[in-house]
Design a protein around this ligand. Sequence first.
Ligand code: FAD
Length: 504
Amino acid sequence: MLMNAQAYRDSLRAYKPRVFINGEQVESVADDPRLLPGINGVGVTYDFAHDEAHKDLLTAVQTSSGRLVNRMLHINDGSDDLLKKLEAVRLVCKVSGCAQRYLSHDALNAIFQATKRTDEAHATQYHERFMRYLYEVQEKDLTLGVAMTDAKGDRSLRAGEQPIQDVYVHIKERRADGLVISGIKSIVTGAPYMHEFLVMPCRTHRPEDSDFAVCCALPIDAEGITIIAKPAGRPGEEAAKFSNKYGQSTGVVIFEDVFVPNDRVFLAGETEEGGFLTTSYATHHRHSCIGARAGFGDLLIGAGATMVKANGLDVDRHSHIRDAMVDLITITESFYACGVAASIYCEEDPAGNVMPDKVYSNIGKLLLATKIYDMHKLAHYVSGGLIVALPGPDEDHNPETKASLDAVFSGRADISSDKRRDIARFMEDLTVSDQAGWYSVISLHGGGSPEAMKREIWRNYDVENREDLVSQLMDRGVYDQGQRVSKQPGRCCAKGCESPTKIS
Ligand SMILES: Cc1cc2nc3c(=O)[nH]c(=O)nc-3n(C[C@H](O)[C@H](O)[C@H](O)COP(=O)(O)OP(=O)(O)OC[C@H]3O[C@@H](n4cnc5c(N)ncnc54)[C@H](O)[C@@H]3O)c2cc1C
């Protein structure tokens, strides 16, 4: 059953998670206005699955069951699925800023692969268990939060060396019927308004730290879970033209002696496969991040072009403004193109699904992580200072000042000062406010910090192949092709080394 946004919001009422925001306990997640922009963002992925114009992108058939499911819960069969997922993520994020639910997709695909691999190496039965869980999630059309990034404590120490064990989520007790886990995951997107959490390791652990290699699923109101969350977006702020409607909450999630029944355990101590799970999740997720931030690029391009018009300028007549707009487009579409390439050059996993190409996924994510600051700069460049100088909305209705402000803030004759004010506030919201900072930091660190991408690019790029190429070109045989037979003194010729003729 595919829910719509309203049904998703209502479905949250069946859960009673322990959530705190700004020191207060939240009574009802579905009804708390501080979380509504986040719920609205996830809601887009539900509504678009019913929309004639978008349902081809937002739904997919799960081949193994023949059931129609939301794209955000689908296991990818081929490059077409990856392209559609990429486009779907861009679509929902250009409407909502960040629709958050693509993390569910990324984790499900990675666990699908890791459970198969673990079973083959250790004769466990995780994959079958996971498939039952997957079908349940798809059938109920749930949204799953990804609880991967541990608090990590002192970054120079490994998990087992930390003075406080809880900085990494770990298995505290193994029982016949399941596990007991404890510890803290420090950043979980949309934590309060998820249905379930997927707990996963955030790094490869050493065999002696096997208790930290744990993957499992838990409803967000499981006993022992506490979520300390931030409001989503800028709820209730009239000036926040975009983020009073759409935003993202993040939560610190504390697990205190939480019992996980066996049927929800997908990894319990297999460190090597835990490492594989972390990197395969990272690849799927970085590929999705490309779509998400391209959606944000669409918002900036649209807002930039509108602001330029409201200022009375014509892009075709002012080359410096056009250059800035073209730079913004080039950045957005160049990292998006990496996402397209990663979809097309995907690799088949032995588990039966496909992975986006690792090099292109990581390059795309690295580009967006570092270029996000340039994107903001370009948007500021074309907009002018009004985006920070504009008085707040209370002044819009002040009879003492309204007339003067209207006159001063009008731009082009056919665009009212109200409209120019609105687009300036929209731009401020996206590129100047604390939400703008949020978009920068999620781009930089979400899905892993730049160094993690650089390591993956270097690890997976076939440098040896390029070395072979050059060594072949440097071989004498190349010169045999008859095109470049060197006659320089002291250089090889087609026959091998030839002493230059001595001129006496
Ligand atoms: C808005 C937002 C949403 C997110 N959502 C989720 C989510 O839903 N689920 C989830 O699991 N995670 C989520 N993340 C977490 C994200 O994956 C992490 O932020 C990222 O992996 C970096 O980890 P960190 O924040 O702990 O930073 P750190 O690991 O502390 O990194 C800070 C800097 O130190 C460097 N560094 C760290 N350790 C070392 C070391 N040992 N040696 C050398 N250098 C080091 C890093 O390269 C980086 O430059 C989210 C992050 C953001 C910002």
